[in-house]
Design a protein around this ligand. Structure first.
Ligand SMILES: NC(=O)c1ccc[n+]([C@@H]2O[C@H](COP(=O)([O-])OP(=O)(O)OC[C@H]3O[C@@H](n4cnc5c(N)ncnc54)[C@H](O)[C@@H]3O)[C@@H](O)[C@H]2O)c1
Length: 359
């Protein structure tokens, strides 16, 4: 096969409005031929809005003869079910995060894809953006000396003020750790390699929350998951990290991801964004040095899909891999279980940090 990879977008909710403009910016790599959703009217509206030829149901989109790769933007509880149908149809699948709700579903997805000879990709793709990539290079090339530790903080009042359907963000598969944690933990595992054990504590400040915008504004819904999570993480390389992920704080503070080595502290760009840049403070100095970033508007959510398409055509591994996403899922579930059980939990999955250098 040659030319751009034919893509179907499944799940036409909030985040599809970020992916579709990005994908349109990579016409040499991808061509979106169909949008699909459980709500076919919504799929048709989104297709029309972005000039996609077809807005249809899921089965029609994933079996369309021009579709080779399906971008799965459904809610977390549907990720593995949609991916299973895509793989059964012999297409590659790129999933939003988290990869699945549990380890077994994630592993089944990867096994099924391997048996079918198709690929699994997984968000986030921010570690492919030049700002984060340049900062990670400074960890891996020795610029900060021997890496020692990391600090990760994201806190705020929660997404129900702006997301018109926030219920899923407080159900199994989300909460601050599984919703926002993938950005920080994917960046951290890109810097330190696989994690090996965790210990954690967690709390839930409110049993109910209220939808703050859109047609459902004022609707009260139940909170199923912890909304303030703290954890210590140890990596195979011996480095350690301290994590705070919270939807319980009126004070918004996000994008704090610092890595300290024997020679410098690195303030990485917000791993939930694509166009920031990092900074480095060398031991003995008082002035920060800016690291390069890139303001190209095409560097946005969906970058990993374009990279995966290029890798498919080149016949080489893609960077935002299913193995990487499964390890991050395993790490987050281990943190959740440690908080529940009050003990260290070993993280047994792994991934090859060198696989898929990015194209
Ligand atoms: N909203 C954001 O800013 C954002 C940012 C990054 C990542 N994400 C991730 O993107 C995914 C979707 O989030 P969202 O905010 O767009 O959610 P959303 O609720 O706005 O949209 C989800 C869409 O998926 C559809 N859907 C659900 N199950 C389906 C199924 N089985 N088959 C087909 N369609 C199905 C729904 O009808 C809905 O249109 C989640 O995994 C989320 O973590 C969201």
């Amino acid at each position: 096969m040659s030319g751009p990879v034919g893509v179907a977008v499944v799940g036409c909710g909030n985040v599809s409005h970020q992916y579709l403009p990005t994908l349109a910016g990579y016409p040499d790599d991808v061509r979106v031929v169909a949008c699909a959703d459980l709500d076919v009217t919504r799929a048709a509206e989104v297709a029309a809005l972005y000039g996609v030829p077809l807005g249809t149901d899921v089965a029609t989109a994933i079996t369309h003869p021009d579709v080779e790769l399906v971008v799965n933007l459904t809610v977390p509880a549907a990720h593995d079910l949609v991916a299973a149908d895509v793989i059964a149809a012999g297409r590659h699948v790129y999933n939003e995060k988290p990869l699945a709700l549990d380890r077994a579903s994630g592993a089944r997805m990867l096994d099924a894809a391997a048996a079918a000879g198709v690929r699994v990709g997984g968000a986030p793709d921010t570690f492919l953006a030049p700002g984060l990539r340049n900062a990670l290079r400074a960890v891996n090339d020795g610029s900060i000396g021997t890496p020692q530790s990391a600090l990760l903080i994201m806190q705020g009042p929660g997404p129900e003020s702006w997301h018109p359907s926030p219920e899923f963000l407080y159900q199994r598969g989300a909460g601050p750790l599984l919703d926002i944690g993938p950005y920080y933990l994917t960046a951290l595992t890109a810097a330190f390699g696989p994690a090996t054990r965790v210990v954690a504590l967690a709390r839930q400040a409110f049993a109910e929350r209220t939808v703050g915008s859109g047609p459902k504004a004022g609707t009260v819904f139940e909170v199923e998951v912890p909304t303030h999570v703290t954890a210590l993480i140890e990596f195979a390389a011996g480095t350690i990290a301290t994590l705070v992920m919270s939807f319980d704080s009126p004070l918004g503070r996000s994008g704090l991801l610092e890595i300290t080595g024997t020679g410098a502290t690195l303030a990485l760009p917000d791993p939930n964004r694509h166009r920031d840049h990092g900074r480095m403070l060398r031991r003995g100095e008082t002035t920060w040095t800016d690291l390069p970033g890139d303001d190209d508007p095409r560097i946005a959510r969906g970058l990993g899909v374009a990279e995966m398409a290029r890798a498919i055509r080149a016949g080489v591994p893609h960077a935002a891999s299913g193995e990487r996403a499964l390890h991050v899922l395993d790490l987050m579930l281990s943190i959740t279980e440690s908080a529940e059980r009050g003990e260290y939990v070993s993280v047994t999955s792994t991934f090859d940090p060198a696989a898929g250098a990015g194209h």
